[in-house]
Design a protein around this ligand. Structure first.
Ligand code: BGC
Ligand code: ZN
Length: 371
C-alpha cells in the first residue's frame, strides 16, 4: 500500500510502498484510513524543522489528523466494532515507571519528554491506506459526523484548552463549573489570536460556550476567514487596522486570550491587555525568530495585582477527543456551513507535494484516501 513519508537525512518527501499492517495483539484494531487533515505541524515536518522518524528508521510516515473506518478487530477488543468510524489519538505514553502522567493515561502531560506522536515524533502516522492501533487509542465517531470528523484532532486543542481554563477559573467562586458548557462563558469575553483552523475551531468552541468572541488576525478586508468567523457570531478584527491595544479595547474586559498563531511577538504584545482575573492560553508552537522587547515590569505587575494566569496546553488526552466529538455534533447542528467552509479542499494522496510544501492556501486541507 502507499504511504507519504519524509526522509530527513536526504531531505525528501516521497510516496512509498509499505506492507499492509496486521493485528499483532488481541486488543488491536485495523482501520482503513478515509481522510487525513494537513496542519502547520505537517508542513514543518516537511521542511525538516520538526519531527523525527521511528528509532532505527530513515523515514517517517506523516499524518496525524485522521478519520478511519474499522475493518478488523482483535479477539479482546470491546471498545469498537467493524464498520465503526473512528479517530485515532496522536500521543503515546513514554515507558518510564516514574512518569506519573503517562502511567495515568495522560501522556499529554508527560514528564520525561520520551512520549511519541504518530505521524510527528518517533512513530509512523496515518497518511496511508491502513493502520493498526490498540483500541485504547481509537475513538468512535457517530456516522452522521462523517463529513466533519477529520476536524476532531485539531478540535481537541480547543477542548483541552477550555477544560484547563475552567479548572483554573474554579478559583473564582462565581464561575460555576457545574453549569452546562453552553452557558459557562455567558457574560465573558474571549479574544482569539489567529484565524487558522486552530484559531477558528477555538473561536467556535468559545462561542458555543457563550463567550462574546473576537478573532484577531493578520488579514484585513472582507474575506473568507472574516466571513466564517461572523457566521458563528464572532467578531473579526484585523491586525492591519487594529493594534493589539486597540483590539483589546474594542473587546472590553478580556477574560480570556486564546493564542493560536504560533507567533510569539503578537501574543506577548497582547499579554498586557489581559483583563482582571483573566487567563491567557498558549496553543501555538513558534519557530525561533529571535528576541523581542517586552515591558516585563508592567506584565509582572498585572499578573500579580490582577490575579492573571498564563497557561500553555498541548493536546490531548482521551477526554478531549470525546469532548471534541460531542462538540462537533453541536457545531454540525448549529453552524454546519461554517464547518463546511473550514474544510477548504479535499485532495488525493498524490497531491502531497502541493499540500505539504507548496504555498499554504485555504484553511483546512484534507487528503481523501478512501471513501
Ligand atoms: C498535534 C499534537 C502534537 C503537536 C506537537 C500538533 O499539531 O496536534 O498532537 O502534540 O503538534 O508535536
Ligand atoms: Zn495537526
Amino acid at each position: 500500500m502507499n504511504a507519504v513519508a519524509v526522509f530527513p537525512k536526504s531531505r525528501q518527501i516521497k510516496l512509498i510502498d509499505v506492507p499492509e499492517p496486521v493485528l499483532t495483539a488481541p486488543t488491536e484494531v485495523k482501520l482503513r484510513v478515509l481522510e487525513v487533515g494537513v496542519c502547520g505541524t505537517d508542513r514543518e515536518i516537511c521542511s525538516f524543522t520538526y519531527g523525527s522518524p521511528p528509532p532505527d528508521a530513515d523515514h517517517l510516515v506523516i499524518g496525524h489528523e485522521s478519520l478511519a473506518e474499522v475493518t478488523e478487530v482483535g479477539s479482546a477488543v470491546t471498545r469498537v466494532r467493524t464498520g465503526d468510524l473512528a479517530v485515532l489519538m496522536v500521543r503515546r505514553p513514554c515507558r518510564h515507571a516514574s512518569c506519573l502522567a503517562c502511567r495515568s493515561g495522560r501522556q499529554d502531560f508527560c514528564y520525561s519528554g520520551d512520549f511519541t506522536e504518530r505521524g510527528i515524533n518517533g512513530r509512523d502516522g496515518f497518511l496511508t491506506s491502513f493502520v493498526v492501533d490498540d483500541q485504547a487509542y481509537v475513538n468512535v465517531v457517530p456516522p452522521e459526523l462523517r463529513e466533519f470528523a477529520v476536524l476532531t484532532e485539531p478540535l481537541t486543542i480547543a477542548e483541552k484548552a477550555l477544560s484547563q481554563v475552567w479548572r483554573i477559573q474554579e478559583r473564582l467562586p462565581w464561575v460555576a463549573p457545574d453549569r452546562p458548557m453552553s452557558e459557562r462563558g455567558h457574560g465573558r469575553r474571549a479574544l482569539v489570536l489567529g484565524a487558522g483552523p486552530v484559531g477558528l475551531l477555538g473561536a467556535m468552541t468559545l462561542a458555543a460556550a457563550g463567550f462574546e468572541t473576537t478573532v484577531y488576525s493578520r488579514t484585513s478586508g472582507p474575506h473568507r476567514k472574516a466571513e466564517l468567523a461572523r457566521s458563528f457570531g464572532a467578531e473579526y478584527l484585523a491586525a492591519e487596522t487594529h493594534t493589539p491595544e486597540q483590539a483589546a479595547r474594542r473587546v472590553g474586559h478580556v477574560d480570556l486570550v486564546y493564542e493560536a498563531t504560533g507567533a510569539s511577538q503578537i501574543a506577548f504584545q497582547m499579554l498586557p491587555h489581559l483583563g482582571v482575573n483573566g487567563v491567557f492560553v498558549f496553543t501555538g508552537v513558534p519557530g525561533r525568530k529571535g528576541p523581542v522587547e517586552l515591558d516585563t515590569d508592567l506584565i509582572m505587575r498585572d499578573l500579580v495585582l490582577q490575579n492573571q494566569v498564563v497557561v500553555g496546553t498541548v493536546n490531548a488526552g482521551r477526554d478531549a477527543y470525546e469532548a471534541a466529538i460531542r462538540q462537533l455534533a453541536t457545531f454540525a447542528a448549529r453552524w454546519p456551513d461554517a464547518l463546511r467552509r473550514l474544510i477548504t479542499g479535499r485532495f488525493p494522496m498524490r497531491a502531497f507535494a502541493d499540500l505539504l510544501v507548496g504555498p499554504a492556501t485555504g484553511i483546512k486541507n484534507v487528503f481523501t484516501i478512501a471513501s
